[in-house]
Design a protein around this ligand. Structure first.
Ligand code: 5GP
Length: 172
C-alpha cells in the first residue's frame, strides 16, 4: 500500500485560514453553532474553529454511508445526533468530503426540519465526478478529481486519519 501526497499540510492550513476569514465576515455580529460530522471532519473542524472570531457553540454528529471499503453502500445511518436545540440558531455543518452527496443531502434535509435560523455547509473536499445527490456547498476548501483520498481526518478501514496531509490511497 502506497500513499501519494495529494494536498500538502501547508496548502490545507492556508486554505483553512481563508475559509475561516470568509466565515467570520459572513457571520459577523451573529452566534454560530458549528456541527462537525464525525469521524472524518474532526481535524478540519479543529483547525477551522481556531480561526473563527464570532462566538461559537461546538457540536458533533455522526452519520455514515460507507462500510469499510472504497465504494458507497448507499445507506445513511445517524450514529450520533446533536443534543442541543438548533431552532433559531445559525448552524454550519463541517464535513470532510462530499462524494455522491447522499450523506449530506439526507442530513441537510433532516436538519432543516429543526428550524435553524440558517443552515450552511462547509466541506473540506468535493468530488464533482461522483455526485448523484445535489448538495449546496457554501464553503469549500478543495474540489478534487475522482480519487479515494485518505489523511487529514479521512480513513481507509479506520486507518490514516492522523496524517496531516491529504493523500491518495493506492492499493498496490
Ligand atoms: P457521500 O454520501 O457523499 O457519498 O459520502 C460521504 C462520505 O463518504 C464521507 O463523509 C466519507 O466518510 C466517505 N468518503 C467518500 N469519498 C471518500 C474518499 O475519497 N475517501 C475517504 N476516506 N472517504 C470517502
Amino acid at each position: 500500500m502506497a500513499v501519494d501526497v495529494f494536498v500538502s499540510e501547508e496548502k490545507i492550513q492556508k486554505r483553512v485560514v481563508e475559509l475561516a476569514e470568509q466565515i467570520n465576515r459572513d457571520y459577523a455580529g451573529k452566534e454560530l453553532m458549528i456541527v462537525g460530522i464525525l469521524n472524518g471532519a474532526f481535524m478540519f473542524c479543529a483547525d477551522l474553529i481556531r480561526h473563527i472570531k464570532v462566538p461559537v457553540q461546538l457540536e458533533f454528529m455522526s452519520a455514515s454511508s460507507y462500510g469499510d471499503g472504497t465504494e458507497s453502500s448507499g445507506n445513511v445511518k445517524i450514529n450520533m445526533d446533536v443534543k442541543k436545540e438548533m431552532t433559531g440558531k445559525h448552524v454550519l455543518l463541517i464535513e470532510d468530503i462530499v462524494d455522491t452527496g447522499l450523506t449530506l443531502s439526507s442530513l441537510m434535509h433532516l436538519l432543516e426540519k429543526r428550524n435553524p435560523a440558517s443552515l450552511k455547509l462547509c466541506s473540506l473536499l468535493y468530488k464533482p465526478a461522483r455526485i448523484k445527490h445535489q448538495v449546496k456547498i457554501d464553503y469549500l476548501a478543495f474540489e478534487i478529481e475522482d480519487h479515494f483520498v485518505i489523511g487529514y481526518g479521512l480513513d481507509y478501514a479506520g486507518a490514516y486519519r492522523e496524517l496531516p496531509y491529504i493523500g491518495i490511497y493506492k492499493n498496490d
